[in-house]
Design a protein around this ligand. Structure first.
Ligand code: C2E
Ligand code: CA
Ligand code: CA
Length: 723
């Protein structure tokens, strides 16, 4: 019992399970008792066979084996233990002190030995020594295992990181890279080891990239982040955007890795960093940016970007005292094509138009899609009107050839208004608005042409609104008047026709001429009502004269392109003639060449229908529009009206008149009637007569006049020169 006091329990070893084996029952008992009293969990085995059985059945921390046992000796038990539980500690108890058997036991894995007869203190001390060592080994193995697991875990984390993880040495060379680099960029991590990180950076970003790490202010808490483009291994793939976060390594907090290679790398490492692939984000950003400033259909700059560039160009032009031009382009007939062939075709047409327009431009010019079928063009550096005129002509010419949309061949024209800085305004809004106004003037004049803005066009918005309101009232209150300008046979002096020209008897502003209100009427589509009133009034009045004995008297009426474009143009016109009971053979409609060319096929159908009932067709302002004469024999045309500008060219009666000569000759060849417009002098008259051009119209015989004045003229039989 005193032993309990001598050997107080040691908690750390108390739970150790010990197997004691001896063939001497007495000794076995005393050993077991000694150990139990000491607090060990003891199993006693009588002899080697019993010991082997126990070892097979339970786990022990330690086995104390007698070496010499009759059936199965200590060495055999050791061999068995090594097979079933290798980590069980072995202490041999040996009666013989022979060195050879003890050393043999030690060689085979016994940790220690005890000589019989034993001293209890010595025995316990030996036992505890062995158990202590063993638990140290176990703890070490445990730590080792945990370490390996944690290293594997970290390796796993590093390699399966979505980002590239890298370390650089003090000269910026890679000393570690995770596997991600291969998946993202195609390089093998091992191949890059020792290479400078600069070799991967896109040329455009190298300087920025290499300087970034040299900032002394960066640390783990305050890392440097920058976006750079990185080259992929295969040159076929585009470079990718990466966001790199890097900072210098603080070697005091840097753990030393266990394996040698890793330790070497970590000793060389001066920078740690991650690189995240942000290509998709960058592309999305670029797309959003593009979308904000471009039209996605045509990929042209949009209104916002155009204004931005125009603003910049104005500033530069002001500084350098230079001119610039803004053009407003509006496609002719786009709406009809879009409505009849569908939006998909309309879209394709816009793309094809864009391509043709772009081919006419120089670098530095900005073509933008302003909306719908409207485009704006900025020519930032021009010297004169002539430069802009040249481009405008080029653009118009580029649209001449038909566009092939699937099975359809369509024609579109373009109307261009031009405003020059500083002549037409010095602010962005003014320049765009004035180009727009100029464009409307083109439209009103039969489309497909260009005009420069001039102050006379600028009706400010308030004025415009008033005018529109007044014009609506004028239509309601019958303020429109038809004046008639005689078309005279130069040989007989007889009036053969009357051209109806509209006037507006404005209650406050007096008599207004077409130039003051027709553009607005076209723009607002009021022209349709206006034309109806003009035709009705003219039919009524001219019919009276026809019935009064002037059977052959011709009524010439101008047709606006907007009217002619209308799908029910023919129907409406015939309906009106019918309502007024006007003989169709006495009506001549005047249309311009541009109207014809906008859609030859459609127009040809319409004109044919009219010609079939006897309506005559005249080409107004002949010679100023298309130079294509191809249409002349394909359409039912009766009359060519030689434009005033050519007649004005007749001054001396000899020179400068060759165009008139050509037109007259051609008209004769095609057996067309010809009317010369704007004849003001007897020189012009006699020259035209000499050419065989017998119908003339102009101030020489008098301007357009109201019906009562015409009644008097008709009553005279023949008309005398007014001058
Ligand atoms: P236009 O068809 O070329 O008409 C000829 C214009 O020249 C008329 O101007 C006429 O008054 C003017 N004129 C006639 N003889 C002479 C001359 O010897 N010398 C000069 N310098 N000018 C002369 P107006 O009446 O101001 O008409 C201008 C334009 O307005 C017309 O040009 C025509 O395109 C359009 N227009 C006039 N009335 C109507 C109409 O009822 N409907 C449509 N759609 N357009 C019209
Ligand atoms: Ca006319
Ligand atoms: Ca004319």
């Amino acid at each position: 019992m005193t032993r309990e006091l001598t050997y107080p329990l040691k908690p750390s070893l108390t739970m150790a399970r010990i197997l004691v084996a001896d063939d001497d029952p007495r000794l076995l008992k005393s050993l077991a008792t000694l150990l139990e009293q000491r607090g060990y969990d003891v199993t006693a085995a009588l002899g080697g066979r019993a010991a082997c059985e126990e070892l097979s059945n339970q786990r022990f921390d330690l086995a104390m084996l007698d070496l010499r046992m009759p059936d199965v000796d200590g060495f055999d038990v050791m061999a068995h233990a090594a097979g079933v539980q290798a980590d069980c500690g072995i202490v041999v108890v040996s009666g013989e002190s022979s060195f050879s058997s003890v050393s043999r036991a030690l060689r085979r894995g016994a940790q220690d030995y005890i000589k019989k007869p034993f001293d209890p203190d010595e025995l316990l001390a030996t036992l505890e020594g062995v158990l202590g060592k063993q638990s140290l080994v176990r703890a070490h193995a445990d730590v080792q295992q945990r370490l390996e697991k944690s290293e594997a875990l970290h390796r796993y984390i590093v390699n399966s990181s979505p980002d590239i993880v890298f370390m650089l040495d003090e000269r910026g060379r890679f000393c570690f890279l995770n596997n991600k680099i291969e998946a993202l960029l195609g390089y093998r991590a091992a191949d890059l080891n020792g290479k400078h990180f600069r070799t991967l950076i896109d040329e455009q970003d190298v300087t920025r990239g290499t300087y970034a790490l040299q900032d002394p202010g960066i640390s783990a808490e305050n890392p440097r982040t920058l976006e750079v483009r990185i080259k992929t291994r295969s040159s076929r793939k585009a470079n990718r955007y990466f966001e790199i976060t890097a900072f210098p390594i603080d070697h005091e907090t840097w753990p030393l890795a266990a394996d040698i290679a890793a330790r070497e790398a970590s000793q060389k490492a001066r920078f740690y960093g991650t690189a995240r692939d942000i290509t998709e984000r960058k592309e999305a950003e670029a797309f959003i940016n593009f979308q904000a400033y471009h039209d996605l259909l045509t990929r042209l700059p949009n209104r916002a970007l155009f204004k931005d560039r125009l603003n910049l160009a104005i500033t530069q032009a002001r500084r350098n005292r230079r001119k610039l031009a803004v053009m407003f382009l509006d496609l002719d007939r786009f709406k009809i094509i879009n409505d009849t062939l569908g939006h998909a075709m309309g879209d394709r047409l816009l793309q094809a138009v864009t391509q043709r327009l772009e081919e006419c431009l120089r670098k530095g010019d900005t073509l933008s899609r302003f909306g719908g079928d409207e485009f704006t063009l900025l020519l930032p550096e021009i010297n004169s009107h002539e430069d802009a005129r040249g481009i405008a002509k080029k653009l118009i010419r580029a649209m001449k050839a038909p566009f092939q949309l699937g099975d359809h061949e369509v024609f579109v024209g373009v109307s261009i208004g031009i405003s020059l800085y500083p002549d037409a305004g010095n602010s962005l809004d003014q320049l765009i608005q004035n180009a727009d106004i100029a464009m409307y003037h083109v439209k009103a004049r039969g489309k497909d042409g260009y005009r420069f803005f001039s102050d006379t066009m600028s009706i400010d918005t308030a004025h415009r609104l008033n005018l529109e309101r007044d014009l609506r009232q004028a239509l309601d209150n019958n303020e429109l008047r038809v004046f008639y300008q005689p078309q005279v046979s130069a040989t007989t002096g007889k009036i053969v026709g009357l051209e109806a020209l509209v006037r507006w008897q404005h209650p406050e502003r007096g008599l207004l001429y077409p130039k003051d209100f027709l553009p607005l009427a076209e723009e607002t589509k009021l022209i349709v009502d206006l034309s109806e009133q003009v035709l009705a009034q003219a039919c009524r009045e001219v019919k009276r004269w026809i019935n009064d004995g002037h059977e052959g008297l011709r009524l010439a009426v101008n047709m606006s392109p907007i009217q002619v474009d209308h799908p029910r143009f023919v129907e409406n016109l015939l309906q009106q003639l019918h309502n007024q009971d006007f003989p169709p053979g006495n009506l001549e409609i005047e249309i311009t060449e541009n109207v014809i060319m906008s859609d030859l096929e459609q127009i040809s159908l319409k004109l044919r229908e009219l010609a079939n009932v006897g309506v005559r067709i005249a080409i107004d302002d002949f010679g100023t529009g298309y130079s294509s004469l191809n249409y002349l024999h394909r359409l039912p045309i009766h009359t060519l009206k030689v434009d005033q500008t050519f007649v004005r060219g007749i001054r001396t009666g000899e020179d400068g008149a060759c165009i008139v000569n050509a037109i007259v000759a051609m008209a004769h060849g095609l057996k067309l009637d010809i009317v010369a417009e704007g004849v003001e002098t007897d020189i012009q008259l006699s020259y035209l007569k000499g050419l065989g051009c017998h119908q003339v119209q102009g101030f020489f015989y008098g301007p357009a006049q109201p019906a009562d004045a015409i009644s008097r003229l008709l009553g005279c039989g023949a008309i005398r020169a007014a001058v």
